[in-house]
Ligand binder design. Structure first.
Ligand SMILES: Nc1ncnc2c1ncn2[C@@H]1O[C@H](COP(=O)(O)OP(=O)(O)OP(=O)(O)O)[C@@H](O)[C@H]1O
Ligand SMILES: [Mg+2]
Length: 241
């Protein structure tokens, strides 16, 4: 019998929903191991360069963690180019930036149950000073309070090679999960990001390679000893709203 393989318009195989779900479950398992020694289950999600897939990975990992009967909060801390509000079809106006500028409270802004056991804190309106807001005492206090309310907090951030927002948050989190994209992220970019994380005494929890063509195995020498799992497409959509 001939095996049927779906192809995209560019001739690459499309992962089945089963493969995608299983890939995210594997990321969840490895993330849980990486988080085990840490009290605060706060995970930053970043990448070296733009467009690596970090918003897609953070929303899907949040949903997958929450399926384990955990209470999960996804924070859109990309205060320059937020997208999580579109993924979950909510408004971004009331969100993180307005809590940090003391205009609103978390309760005013949180979008409850955007997925099973998952809440979303959208970005809020775009501020002129994102790094300062994210590095503020208000952010420390917010994460302190939210750590008591949620089992896991995932924080979607801008790319490391562009701005230092994710690095500013490093000391407040258990660690950082780096997303790379096959055919896009270069070894140099990945090496520089890992160096930058080390320089602020951050903890690299692992590397996820997105948009992988199964026939090749890139980056292997960089991620040995850390968790890594490839995946081919997301199961949360990002419609333009
Ligand atoms: N595994 C994948 N396979 C194919 N396309 C993907 C994959 N992951 C994400 N995409 C698509 O790539 C684009 C960028 O993804 P995403 O917004 O998650 O990246 P990002 O790293 O958050 O980008 P930015 O740096 O702009 O915040 C989106 O159009 C998304 O739908
Ligand atoms: Mg993004």
């Amino acid at each position: 019998m001939t095996k049927q393989v779906k192809k995209t318009t560019v001739g690459r195989p499309i992962a089945t929903t089963f493969q995608i779900v299983e890939a995210y479950k594997a990321v969840r398992t490895n993330l849980l191991f990486a988080l085990a020694p840490h009290d605060r289950k706060i995970v930053l999600v970043s990448s070296s360069e733009p467009n690596a897939g970090k918003s897609t990975v953070s929303s899907n990992v949040a949903i997958t963690l929450a399926q384990n009967e955990a209470r999960v909060l996804l924070i859109d801390a990309d205060l320059r180019k937020p997208t999580q509000h579109r993924t979950f079809r909510v408004k971004k106006h009331n969100g993180l930036s307005r809590i940090l500028s003391k205009e609103l409270t978390f309760e005013d802004c949180v979008c409850r149950d955007v997925a099973l056991n998952t809440d979303l804190l959208p970005s809020g309106s775009l501020p002129p000073n994102p790094s300062e807001l994210l590095g503020s005492a208000q952010m420390v206090a917010l994460l302190e309070k939210l750590s008591a309310e949620y089992d896991y907090i995932l924080i979607d951030t801008p790319p490391l090679a562009v701005v230092s927002d994710a690095l500013v948050l490093c000391e407040k989190a258990a660690g950082i999960m780096l997303v790379t994209r096959q055919g896009q992220t270069t070894y140099d970019e990945l090496r520089n990001s890992i160096e930058a994380i080390k320089n602020v005494n951050g903890n690299l929890l692992g590397v996820v390679i997105s948009d992988v063509n199964d026939s090749s195995r890139p980056y292997r020498r960089y991620v040995r000893g850390k968790y890594y799992k490839s995946y081919n497409y997301s199961y949360s959509q990002s419609p333009e709203l």
